[in-house]
Design a protein around this ligand. Structure first.
Ligand code: ATP
Length: 227
């Protein structure tokens, strides 16, 4: 049986004093590709934030990439984030520096020191997303799809065990969404676990996989044909 990388047991998720999700229990195995769907405001982002410890786990039990979310101390959050690759809808690239320097910033912030190793790593991840020749460009010189591919490359810098993608195609047109999705599929095929929140049912139909739905304050697994 394959190894569990994310496990939640009877978790409740709050935004301030408001209960957003309740009785959340799930088990994600290494190598899985899991979608998280649900209407606006149903709690997808709050759920993702709990996983990368932007929201504290106040109730229930949770472990992710070997970290216990309940007892996680503030000072250990950077260690957890190094094991996760997080991708956002709005890319979140630093606008004042080129792509290579965006990557360098993350590597230095996560403790890398050796210049030649950093250079090789940046080339490797940009190559993986088909952006090897664009490292000298600034974010505003790239299309939305290219920026998202760079953001995915950035998420790969520290060889994360799990990638959390919150609406990664939310700002992209359908064709570009498929291109970005292909990149995520390739990364998943190379053994990485991906949890992706999305509104894009066309993508789910094209690339069917295990699907969780946030609805009515709960998360449950749905079978493909009813999404
Ligand atoms: N910082 C916050 N403070 C208070 N309430 C919040 C905060 N962020 C979100 N909420 C509330 O929590 C609920 C869930 O929001 P969340 O952003 O997780 O939903 P979502 O499913 O990700 O929506 P969307 O698809 O629009 O991103 C909503 O009722 C929202 O108003």
């Amino acid at each position: 049986m394959s190894e569990t990388i994310l496990e939640l047991k009877d978790v409740a998720i709050f935004q301030k004093e408001n209960l957003v999700l309740n009785e959340v229990s799930l088990d994600v195995k290494k190598g899985d590709f899991v979608y998280l769907i649900g209407k606006t405001g149903s709690g997808k982002s709050s759920f993702m934030k709990t996983l990368y410890a932007d929201l504290p786990l106040r109730q229930g039990e949770g472990s992710i990439a070997g970290f216990d979310l309940k007892s996680l101390k503030e000072k250990h959050i950077p260690h957890l984030r190094r094991k996760l690759g997080v991708v956002f809808q709005d890319f979140k690239l630093l606008p004042d520096r080129n792509i290579n320097n965006n990557m360098l910033f993350v590597l230095k912030a996560t403790g890398w020191k050796d210049n030649s190793k950093m250079k090789a790593k940046i080339e490797e991840v940009l190559d993986k997303v088909g952006m090897k020749t664009k490292g000298f460009k600034f974010p505003h010189e790239l299309s939305g799809g290219e920026q998202q591919r760079v953001a995915i490359a950035r998420a790969l810098l520290n060889d994360p065990e799990l990638i959390l993608a919150d609406e990664p195609t939310g700002n992209l047109d359908p064709q570009t969404s498929v291109e970005v999705m292909k990149v995520l599929q390739d990364i998943n095929k190379s053994g990485r676990t991906i949890l992706m929140a999305t509104h894009d049912y066309a993508l789910i139909l094209k690339y069917p996989s295990k699907t969780l739905k946030c609805d009515g304050g709960k998360i449950f697994e749905v079978v493909q044909r009813t999404v």
